[in-house]
Each structure stands twice: as structure tokens, then as C-alpha cells.
Design a protein around this ligand. Sequence first.
Ligand SMILES: Nc1nc2c(ncn2[C@@H]2O[C@H](COP(=O)(O)OP(=O)(O)O)[C@@H](O)[C@H]2O)c(=O)[nH]1
Ligand SMILES: [Mg+2]
Length: 406
Amino acid sequence: MSRDRPPSVGTSEPSSSSNGIQAPEVGPSQPRPSKRIVLMGPRGAGKTSIIENVFHRMDPRDTINIDPSRKPTRIDFSALVDFEVWDLPGGQTDLEAARLAASTVASVIYVIDAQAQTTSLTEVTHKLGLAIARIHLLNPRTTFDIFVHKIDGMSLDLRSDLLEDMRQRVVDVLADLPDSGELDGLPGWDRATVVLPTPAVQPTSVYDHSILEALSKVVRKLMPCQGPLETLLDSLINNSLMEKAMLFHLPTKLYVGSDVGPVDAQSYESCSHYIDLSLDFFGLYGQGLRAHTRPVDTSSRPQTPSASRVTSPERSSSASTASTPARSAKQASRTRSSGRVRLTRHNEPGLDLAHWEIDQNLCLVAMLRPRAFDQHFALLEYNVDRFRHLVLAIRDASRVVVPPPS
Ligand SMILES: Nc1nc2c(ncn2[C@@H]2O[C@H](COP(=O)(O)OP(=O)(O)O)[C@@H](O)[C@H]2O)c(=O)[nH]1
Ligand SMILES: [Mg+2]
């Protein structure tokens, strides 16, 4: 797959706005190698299915036809930071054997088949404990996540029991390893000083949003710009009558940023469904994913409240009463697309969901209070325009200019 763009270098710095959204402190731009994420775990756990489903939008039902992986494969994508995602063939946990220097691996995701026999889970957990310990000794900065995969079809109770069981198994294995003697002789191992990391355990399935939520968390952990981004999103919602704002990587629907409030599964699903709806809608008109780079029709006006259940996504426009912010919004909306839907319940206006293109891969999705769009349209567009400029400055400051050592 090649959805990523060639790396580019940016030098622009975030600037401050006079309308509430302030530029956060962002360090000087530095060349950075891609963040390397490695998926490992037993054969048949679902690693390649995850890659195919998330990055190639393969229907989960088609993953049944995926051939067993024979060699490591890599996918690149860019979302503020550039990432490489590696899929190791079944059972391989030795990074060196995969020609990946541990020092270059930012994150390891260990995928476990939740539907596997309990006896096999014991063996798998032991193997993953050893892999975590070995990699940690080589690179203490590597983050670890365990995806307890294929949780679809399980009741909520069963899921939480399984997760708790897995967490306990991992904690036990990592606690027992130092006494087992299996780490003795490994470079860097010192019982007195080394503390083995406890990985995050997340439930996943390619049949629902859980895989995207879990992968989003991994990706966000690796983004040094999370702090400034969160500050910006927080400032945006506080100044723009928004309930929630999230920054999405459009090709995958991974979210790479959120305001400081929690991201519950329902908010994520609402935003994710909204993205699908918008893409389908624009797709109807032959624009598909690239709809987001087409010029916007500035002739339409914001819609008035409607009793319909879902208002069709509309192209954004600037308000006709052109204040300074409105003029700025108008300029921006000539080249960037946006849209919204209104959710109504029992004929009462509920939240509005809206999106604004940030760049060809990134999209801001927000939940807005009722009537925010109709009564404060110019302010909203102005603030989003400021937000966009600052996010693009963050993106440019995070760009890769040096290829990762291999
Ligand atoms: N039920 C279920 N099956 C899955 C899921 N993900 C993958 N699978 C199935 O697991 C099998 C092995 O998947 P594959 O990606 O080849 O595993 P890998 O060896 O770890 O790369 C395939 O038959 C997939 O259809 C999932 O989330 N739920
Ligand atoms: Mg595979």
C-alpha cells in the first residue's frame, strides 16, 4: 500500500490567534525517523488481518482468505508523524532475525488469539513475557501493548473476564521471569536495577471499532506532539461551542488527537460512522476520499434547524455578514471542504456532528452543541481555520527528513 506521501520538511512555527485559540509551546523542528511499530504473536492470531483491515479496508470476512505470512512486511502511513507498521510472520519474536534493530523499534504490539485454548494461552503468555523482556533490555524506550484479538462474538462479561485473566497472566509471567534464570546472561540484564515494563492489554477485533480504538492509542503514545495537540483541541472546543473534538487520519479512521476529555467507545463510534457517512455521501458525487481536496462551493448558506433525523452533509460556506473572522473563514473554505449532520431525537435537535479537512489525510471531527452552527458560524469557521494552521505547523515540525537506520 502506498497512501503515504513523500516526507517533507516544514519550518513554519505555530502562531497565536487573537480569538481565543493560542499557539501552544512547540519545540524547534527536528528531523525525526519514522516511528516503527512491530506486530508479533503466534501464527493465526490475526496480525495480517489487522493490517489488511485497517490499512487496506479489507472486509473482515475476507481475512479468512489471507495466506500465512512468510516474511516481514511493512506499511507506511503519515498522520502528523510518519509511521512504519511491520507484520512479522507467525511466532517470530526476534527483531534481529527480522532485520529490525531493536533500537529503531518504538512500539511492539503482541497479538494473541482470544479464542485459543487456555493451555495454548499459557505457552503464548510465557513467550510474550520473554519477548518483552528481551526487547526491553535492548531498548528501554520501546512501548508494549497486547491485543487480545478476536473478541467478537463474546459477551461483555466474558470479554472482561478474559481481559482480567490475560492481565494477570502477563503480570505473573513478568514477575516470575527474573527468578526463572531465563534472562541470566542477556546483555543489559541486572536483577537489581532492571524493572520489566507492564504492557497495556486491549481487547480487539476486526469486526468492530475496537481494533481502530486500540491502534489509535498505540499511535498516540508515539506522537511527541500529543501535548500541544491536546492543548489546541481543548482550546478549540472551549472557544467554539463544541462538546468534543477529535483529529482523524482519514484513510484509516485512526484518531491521532482528542481534547482532554475521555474518548468513550460511543463518541468514537459516532465520529467514525459520521466519517463513513460523509465519505459515502461525497462518493455518491464521484469525489470519493479525495473529495476533501476539492474547492468548496461558497454559494450555499448554513442550514437552519431541521426536524429530519439526519441532515445531509453540506459544504461549508462563509457567512454573508462578512466580519474579519468570516472573511478569513471564507478564504479557507475556498480550498478546504467540510460538512455536518444534525442528529435529532424525538424531533428535538440533538448534537451536530461536523468535519473540517485539515490536510489530505487529516480531518477534524467535532460534536457541537445544538444551534452552535446556526448562531456562531463565522466564529466557528474562524477558529477552525486558526486550528488548521497550527496543526499544520505541528505536522511540519514533526516531519521526517532522515530515513530510519535499518
Ligand atoms: N473472529 C475473528 N477472526 C479473525 C479476526 N482477525 C483475524 N481473524 C481470522 O484469523 C485467521 C488468521 O488470521 P491472520 O491474519 O492470517 O493471522 P496471522 O498469522 O497472525 O497473520 C483468519 O482466518 C482470519 O479471518 C477477528 O478479529 N475476529
Ligand atoms: Mg500473517
